[in-house]
Write a new protein. Structure first.
Length: 299
Protein backbone atom coordinates (compact mmCIF):
# COMPACT_ATOMS: atom_id res chain seq x y z
CA UNK A 1 0.00 0.00 0.00
CA UNK A 2 2.88 2.36 0.68
CA UNK A 3 4.13 1.88 -2.90
CA UNK A 4 0.72 2.73 -4.32
CA UNK A 5 0.48 5.74 -2.02
CA UNK A 6 3.72 7.45 -3.03
CA UNK A 7 3.26 6.65 -6.72
CA UNK A 8 -0.19 8.20 -6.61
CA UNK A 9 1.30 11.28 -4.96
CA UNK A 10 4.06 11.37 -7.59
CA UNK A 11 1.45 11.39 -10.35
CA UNK A 12 -0.54 14.12 -8.62
CA UNK A 13 2.54 16.32 -8.20
CA UNK A 14 3.26 16.08 -11.92
CA UNK A 15 -0.29 16.82 -13.04
CA UNK A 16 -1.39 13.24 -13.68
CA UNK A 17 -4.63 12.90 -11.70
CA UNK A 18 -5.93 9.46 -12.67
CA UNK A 19 -6.72 6.09 -11.14
CA UNK A 20 -3.92 3.53 -10.99
CA UNK A 21 -4.75 0.14 -12.48
CA UNK A 22 -1.41 -1.66 -12.33
CA UNK A 23 2.15 -1.11 -11.03
CA UNK A 24 5.09 -3.24 -12.13
CA UNK A 25 8.72 -2.95 -11.10
CA UNK A 26 10.95 -2.77 -14.19
CA UNK A 27 14.63 -2.51 -14.95
CA UNK A 28 15.76 1.09 -14.57
CA UNK A 29 19.52 0.75 -14.75
CA UNK A 30 21.87 0.43 -11.80
CA UNK A 31 20.97 3.67 -10.04
CA UNK A 32 17.23 4.17 -9.65
CA UNK A 33 14.11 2.23 -8.84
CA UNK A 34 11.83 2.14 -11.86
CA UNK A 35 8.16 1.30 -12.37
CA UNK A 36 5.67 0.82 -15.17
CA UNK A 37 2.39 2.37 -14.07
CA UNK A 38 -0.82 1.74 -15.97
CA UNK A 39 -3.69 4.12 -15.29
CA UNK A 40 -7.15 4.70 -16.70
CA UNK A 41 -5.76 7.30 -19.09
CA UNK A 42 -2.08 6.68 -19.87
CA UNK A 43 0.88 4.42 -19.21
CA UNK A 44 3.75 5.99 -17.29
CA UNK A 45 7.37 5.27 -16.50
CA UNK A 46 8.42 6.43 -13.04
CA UNK A 47 12.02 6.46 -11.88
CA UNK A 48 12.85 7.30 -8.30
CA UNK A 49 15.64 7.50 -5.77
CA UNK A 50 15.58 7.97 -2.00
CA UNK A 51 19.01 9.54 -1.49
CA UNK A 52 19.74 11.90 -4.36
CA UNK A 53 19.49 15.71 -3.99
CA UNK A 54 16.33 17.45 -5.27
CA UNK A 55 18.04 18.76 -8.41
CA UNK A 56 19.08 15.29 -9.63
CA UNK A 57 15.93 14.60 -11.63
CA UNK A 58 15.35 18.24 -12.52
CA UNK A 59 18.72 18.30 -14.28
CA UNK A 60 17.87 15.07 -16.10
CA UNK A 61 14.56 16.50 -17.33
CA UNK A 62 16.15 19.77 -18.42
CA UNK A 63 18.98 17.92 -20.18
CA UNK A 64 16.56 15.75 -22.14
CA UNK A 65 14.60 18.82 -23.19
CA UNK A 66 17.80 20.61 -24.23
CA UNK A 67 18.79 17.67 -26.45
CA UNK A 68 15.35 17.67 -28.05
CA UNK A 69 15.29 21.42 -28.57
CA UNK A 70 18.81 21.83 -29.91
CA UNK A 71 19.15 18.68 -32.03
CA UNK A 72 15.52 17.69 -32.72
CA UNK A 73 16.13 14.26 -31.22
CA UNK A 74 13.17 12.28 -29.84
CA UNK A 75 13.01 11.91 -26.06
CA UNK A 76 10.33 10.32 -23.88
CA UNK A 77 7.93 13.02 -22.77
CA UNK A 78 8.75 14.04 -19.20
CA UNK A 79 5.67 15.14 -17.26
CA UNK A 80 7.51 16.43 -14.24
CA UNK A 81 9.69 15.94 -11.18
CA UNK A 82 8.27 15.02 -7.78
CA UNK A 83 9.58 15.33 -4.23
CA UNK A 84 7.68 13.42 -1.57
CA UNK A 85 7.93 12.94 2.18
CA UNK A 86 7.05 9.30 2.90
CA UNK A 87 6.95 7.37 6.16
CA UNK A 88 10.37 5.97 5.20
CA UNK A 89 11.89 9.34 4.35
CA UNK A 90 12.17 11.65 1.36
CA UNK A 91 11.82 10.35 -2.18
CA UNK A 92 12.30 12.19 -5.46
CA UNK A 93 11.85 11.11 -9.03
CA UNK A 94 10.68 11.72 -12.57
CA UNK A 95 7.38 10.81 -14.27
CA UNK A 96 7.70 10.09 -17.98
CA UNK A 97 5.74 8.62 -20.84
CA UNK A 98 6.04 4.85 -20.98
CA UNK A 99 7.91 3.66 -24.08
CA UNK A 100 7.26 -0.01 -24.82
CA UNK A 101 10.67 -1.24 -26.01
CA UNK A 102 11.22 -3.11 -29.28
CA UNK A 103 14.26 -5.15 -30.38
CA UNK A 104 16.99 -2.74 -31.50
CA UNK A 105 18.20 -4.20 -34.76
CA UNK A 106 18.92 -3.13 -38.33
CA UNK A 107 17.37 0.22 -39.10
CA UNK A 108 17.40 1.29 -35.46
CA UNK A 109 21.20 1.40 -35.42
CA UNK A 110 21.08 3.58 -38.53
CA UNK A 111 18.51 5.84 -36.93
CA UNK A 112 20.63 6.09 -33.79
CA UNK A 113 23.70 7.03 -35.81
CA UNK A 114 21.76 9.81 -37.51
CA UNK A 115 20.55 11.09 -34.14
CA UNK A 116 24.04 11.16 -32.67
CA UNK A 117 25.40 12.90 -35.76
CA UNK A 118 22.67 15.52 -35.41
CA UNK A 119 23.53 15.91 -31.73
CA UNK A 120 27.20 16.43 -32.54
CA UNK A 121 26.37 19.10 -35.12
CA UNK A 122 25.26 21.38 -32.28
CA UNK A 123 28.29 23.48 -31.39
CA UNK A 124 29.38 26.04 -28.82
CA UNK A 125 32.25 28.46 -28.32
CA UNK A 126 33.63 26.75 -25.20
CA UNK A 127 33.81 23.37 -23.49
CA UNK A 128 31.55 22.51 -20.56
CA UNK A 129 27.96 23.39 -19.78
CA UNK A 130 26.03 26.12 -18.00
CA UNK A 131 25.32 23.99 -14.92
CA UNK A 132 26.58 20.94 -13.08
CA UNK A 133 25.27 17.55 -14.14
CA UNK A 134 25.43 13.96 -12.95
CA UNK A 135 26.82 10.77 -14.41
CA UNK A 136 25.10 8.02 -12.50
CA UNK A 137 24.95 9.46 -9.01
CA UNK A 138 28.26 11.33 -9.33
CA UNK A 139 28.13 15.12 -9.53
CA UNK A 140 30.14 16.66 -12.36
CA UNK A 141 31.33 20.27 -12.52
CA UNK A 142 31.12 21.85 -15.94
CA UNK A 143 32.55 25.38 -15.71
CA UNK A 144 33.23 26.76 -19.18
CA UNK A 145 36.76 26.34 -20.50
CA UNK A 146 38.34 27.30 -23.83
CA UNK A 147 40.97 24.56 -23.64
CA UNK A 148 39.58 21.04 -24.12
CA UNK A 149 42.59 19.25 -22.65
CA UNK A 150 42.41 21.39 -19.50
CA UNK A 151 38.68 20.76 -19.16
CA UNK A 152 39.00 17.02 -19.69
CA UNK A 153 41.93 16.76 -17.30
CA UNK A 154 40.44 18.78 -14.43
CA UNK A 155 36.67 18.32 -14.72
CA UNK A 156 36.66 14.68 -15.75
CA UNK A 157 39.83 12.67 -15.09
CA UNK A 158 41.08 14.52 -12.00
CA UNK A 159 37.64 14.77 -10.38
CA UNK A 160 37.09 11.02 -10.73
CA UNK A 161 40.60 10.31 -9.50
CA UNK A 162 40.10 12.42 -6.39
CA UNK A 163 36.78 10.70 -5.71
CA UNK A 164 38.47 7.32 -5.99
CA UNK A 165 41.20 8.46 -3.59
CA UNK A 166 38.62 9.56 -1.01
CA UNK A 167 36.79 6.24 -1.24
CA UNK A 168 39.91 4.09 -1.07
CA UNK A 169 39.73 2.89 -4.70
CA UNK A 170 42.96 4.47 -5.90
CA UNK A 171 46.04 2.54 -4.72
CA UNK A 172 49.23 4.58 -4.49
CA UNK A 173 50.81 3.14 -7.65
CA UNK A 174 47.66 3.82 -9.68
CA UNK A 175 47.47 7.35 -8.29
CA UNK A 176 51.10 7.99 -9.27
CA UNK A 177 50.39 6.80 -12.79
CA UNK A 178 47.32 9.02 -12.99
CA UNK A 179 49.38 12.00 -11.82
CA UNK A 180 51.98 11.34 -14.51
CA UNK A 181 49.28 10.95 -17.16
CA UNK A 182 47.57 14.21 -16.23
CA UNK A 183 50.86 16.11 -16.55
CA UNK A 184 51.42 14.66 -20.03
CA UNK A 185 47.81 14.56 -21.22
CA UNK A 186 48.35 17.41 -23.70
CA UNK A 187 50.65 15.11 -25.68
CA UNK A 188 47.61 13.17 -26.87
CA UNK A 189 44.46 15.19 -26.13
CA UNK A 190 43.83 18.31 -28.27
CA UNK A 191 43.67 21.71 -26.60
CA UNK A 192 41.92 24.26 -28.83
CA UNK A 193 41.98 22.50 -32.19
CA UNK A 194 38.61 20.78 -31.74
CA UNK A 195 35.12 22.24 -31.88
CA UNK A 196 32.98 22.01 -28.72
CA UNK A 197 30.03 19.81 -29.69
CA UNK A 198 26.95 18.75 -27.77
CA UNK A 199 27.45 15.28 -26.26
CA UNK A 200 24.96 12.95 -24.62
CA UNK A 201 27.77 12.21 -22.19
CA UNK A 202 26.68 8.74 -21.07
CA UNK A 203 26.02 6.98 -24.36
CA UNK A 204 26.11 3.28 -23.59
CA UNK A 205 23.75 0.70 -25.06
CA UNK A 206 21.27 1.00 -22.19
CA UNK A 207 20.65 4.71 -22.71
CA UNK A 208 18.59 4.60 -25.87
CA UNK A 209 15.25 2.99 -26.67
CA UNK A 210 13.34 1.94 -29.78
CA UNK A 211 9.58 1.49 -30.03
CA UNK A 212 6.98 -0.13 -32.27
CA UNK A 213 6.40 3.15 -34.14
CA UNK A 214 9.88 3.13 -35.70
CA UNK A 215 11.21 5.78 -33.34
CA UNK A 216 14.25 5.85 -31.12
CA UNK A 217 14.73 7.86 -27.96
CA UNK A 218 17.76 9.02 -26.02
CA UNK A 219 17.52 8.75 -22.23
CA UNK A 220 19.64 9.40 -19.11
CA UNK A 221 21.98 12.07 -20.51
CA UNK A 222 24.98 13.66 -18.82
CA UNK A 223 25.34 16.47 -21.31
CA UNK A 224 28.26 18.75 -22.01
CA UNK A 225 29.94 20.46 -24.93
CA UNK A 226 33.08 18.46 -25.55
CA UNK A 227 35.18 16.52 -28.04
CA UNK A 228 32.89 14.13 -29.91
CA UNK A 229 35.58 11.45 -29.91
CA UNK A 230 34.88 11.03 -26.20
CA UNK A 231 31.31 9.97 -27.03
CA UNK A 232 32.31 7.55 -29.77
CA UNK A 233 35.03 6.03 -27.60
CA UNK A 234 32.47 5.16 -24.93
CA UNK A 235 30.24 3.41 -27.45
CA UNK A 236 33.20 1.14 -28.22
CA UNK A 237 34.01 0.34 -24.60
CA UNK A 238 31.22 -2.08 -23.66
CA UNK A 239 29.65 -2.85 -27.04
CA UNK A 240 26.03 -2.68 -28.22
CA UNK A 241 26.71 -0.54 -31.30
CA UNK A 242 27.23 -2.37 -34.58
CA UNK A 243 29.17 -1.63 -37.77
CA UNK A 244 26.11 -0.02 -39.35
CA UNK A 245 26.04 2.56 -36.57
CA UNK A 246 29.68 3.52 -37.11
CA UNK A 247 29.52 3.53 -40.91
CA UNK A 248 26.44 5.79 -40.96
CA UNK A 249 27.92 8.12 -38.35
CA UNK A 250 31.37 8.45 -39.92
CA UNK A 251 29.88 9.00 -43.38
CA UNK A 252 28.48 12.24 -41.96
CA UNK A 253 31.17 13.14 -39.44
CA UNK A 254 34.44 11.35 -40.21
CA UNK A 255 36.77 10.63 -37.32
CA UNK A 256 40.28 12.03 -37.24
CA UNK A 257 43.04 9.59 -38.17
CA UNK A 258 44.50 10.13 -34.69
CA UNK A 259 41.31 8.98 -32.99
CA UNK A 260 42.52 5.40 -32.32
CA UNK A 261 45.51 6.74 -30.37
CA UNK A 262 43.20 8.81 -28.14
CA UNK A 263 40.35 6.34 -27.73
CA UNK A 264 41.69 4.59 -24.60
CA UNK A 265 42.24 7.96 -22.90
CA UNK A 266 38.57 8.83 -23.40
CA UNK A 267 37.50 5.37 -22.27
CA UNK A 268 39.62 5.89 -19.15
CA UNK A 269 37.15 8.46 -17.84
CA UNK A 270 34.22 6.06 -18.08
CA UNK A 271 36.23 3.28 -16.48
CA UNK A 272 37.01 5.62 -13.57
CA UNK A 273 33.27 6.34 -13.25
CA UNK A 274 32.61 2.61 -13.14
CA UNK A 275 35.40 2.15 -10.60
CA UNK A 276 33.82 4.76 -8.35
CA UNK A 277 30.32 3.34 -8.84
CA UNK A 278 30.86 -0.42 -8.89
CA UNK A 279 34.32 -1.10 -7.53
CA UNK A 280 37.67 -2.65 -8.31
CA UNK A 281 36.55 -5.00 -11.08
CA UNK A 282 37.35 -2.13 -13.47
CA UNK A 283 40.74 -1.47 -11.94
CA UNK A 284 42.76 -3.75 -14.22
CA UNK A 285 41.44 -1.99 -17.34
CA UNK A 286 42.39 1.37 -15.85
CA UNK A 287 45.87 0.15 -14.99
CA UNK A 288 46.34 -1.30 -18.48
CA UNK A 289 45.55 2.07 -20.10
CA UNK A 290 47.86 3.92 -17.74
CA UNK A 291 50.72 1.49 -18.43
CA UNK A 292 50.16 1.83 -22.17
CA UNK A 293 50.66 5.61 -22.11
CA UNK A 294 53.21 6.22 -19.38
CA UNK A 295 54.60 2.86 -18.32
CA UNK A 296 55.67 2.23 -14.74
CA UNK A 297 56.46 5.58 -13.02
CA UNK A 298 58.80 3.83 -10.61
CA UNK A 299 61.00 2.37 -13.34
Amino acid sequence: MQLVSWIKEALLQTGCDTSIRHIQHVSGGDINEAFYVKTNNYDYFIKSHEKMPPDFFTIEKESLEFIHLEANIPIPEAYGVFNIDTKCGKRSGLVMKWIAPEPRQGKYQEMLANCIANLHRVTHTAFGYNKDTYIGTILQHNEWCENWCDFYASKRLLSQTELAVRSGKMPLKRRKMMDHLLVRLHEWIPTTTVTPRLLHGDLWSGNWLSDSENKIYLIDPSILFGHREMEIAYTELFGGFNELFYSVYTAQLPLDQEYPTRRPLYQLFYLLVHLNTFGERYGSQIDSILHHYIGDPSS
